[in-house]
Design a protein around this ligand. Structure first.
Ligand SMILES: C[S@@+](CC[C@H](N)C(=O)[O-])C[C@H]1O[C@@H](n2cnc3c(N)ncnc32)[C@H](O)[C@@H]1O
Length: 223
């Protein structure tokens, strides 16, 4: 079985004497999580971020319905699918197709979550909404954080609309000015909000995960 690994190139923009902007791209060397993902057949090293969050807050049970936002290449859905089992469902949504093979109880959808999300209605409500969505980074920290916060606030909106009472939201966000307002918006919906920086999240990365536990109010009924 061949998988493609989510080892994204990093862009560096260097200003040379204020006269010239040079952009260089290099590929990160494989670290232990990348090697482990390859050995265990996962599509991306990000799986170990979810695995740690799951170890700490117990996200999944057999029979649950899970919505995976920003799911490609597919490691989070690969991880969740056996946890919820064939009586559960995973709905995996991304701009691009998944690259990992999935069992039949994983449904994949290609969708821009910044646009019309009404197609989600036919699958909700969910027990867990999880978002690892990330923008294409530009290297300009405040702009990247703003775009990540926009994606995280979409995840909060989707959870507000489609999460069952008692349900859980996990969302990635890049630390920036919008972090505290985002956390406040989650506190309005969840009984508890935790901040987790998993070991597999690179130290130099500004990404962090917000976990909303025990959704307070009623989600929309299934259609
Ligand atoms: C870090 S990757 C997710 C990795 C995935 N969790 C895994 O484990 O394989 C981030 C994903 O967010 C997706 N994404 C970014 N913006 C999106 C949007 N507006 N709608 C849907 N997906 C989006 C990207 O296409 C990309 O596949």
């Amino acid at each position: 079985m061949r998988h493609t690994y989510c080892v994204s190139p990093v862009k560096w923009t260097a200003s040379l004497g204020g006269l010239l902007d040079a952009t260089m791209t290099y590929k990160r060397p494989a670290d232990r999580f990348t090697k482990q993902a390859k050995a265990e057949g996962f599509a991306a090293r990000s799986v170990y971020k979810l695995e740690e969050i799951d170890r700490r807050v117990r996200l999944f049970k057999p029979g649950m319905k899970v919505l995976d936002l920003g799911a490609a290449p597919g490691s989070w859905s690969q991880y969740a699918a056996p946890k919820v089992g064939s009586k559960g469902h995973v709905v995996a949504v991304d701009l691009v197709p998944l690259r990992a093979p999935m069992p039949p109880h994983v449904v994949s959808m290609q969708l821009d979550l910044l646009g019309d999300r009404s197609d989600l209605a036919m699958y909700g409500p969910f027990d867990v909404v999880m978002s690892d969505m990330a923008p294409h980074t530009s290297g300009v920290a405040f702009a990247d954080a703003a775009r990540s916060e926009e994606l995280a606030s979409i995840a909060v909106d989707v959870a507000n609309e489609w999460l069952k009472p008692g349900g859980t939201l996990v969302t990635k966000v890049f630390l920036g000015d919008g972090f505290e307002p985002l956390r406040a918006s989650m506190r309005a919906i969840f009984k508890e909000v935790r901040v987790i920086k998993p070991e597999a999240s690179r130290r130099e990365s500004v990404e962090i995960f917000l976990v909303g536990l025990l959704r307070k109010n009623q989600a929309k009924p299934a259609m």
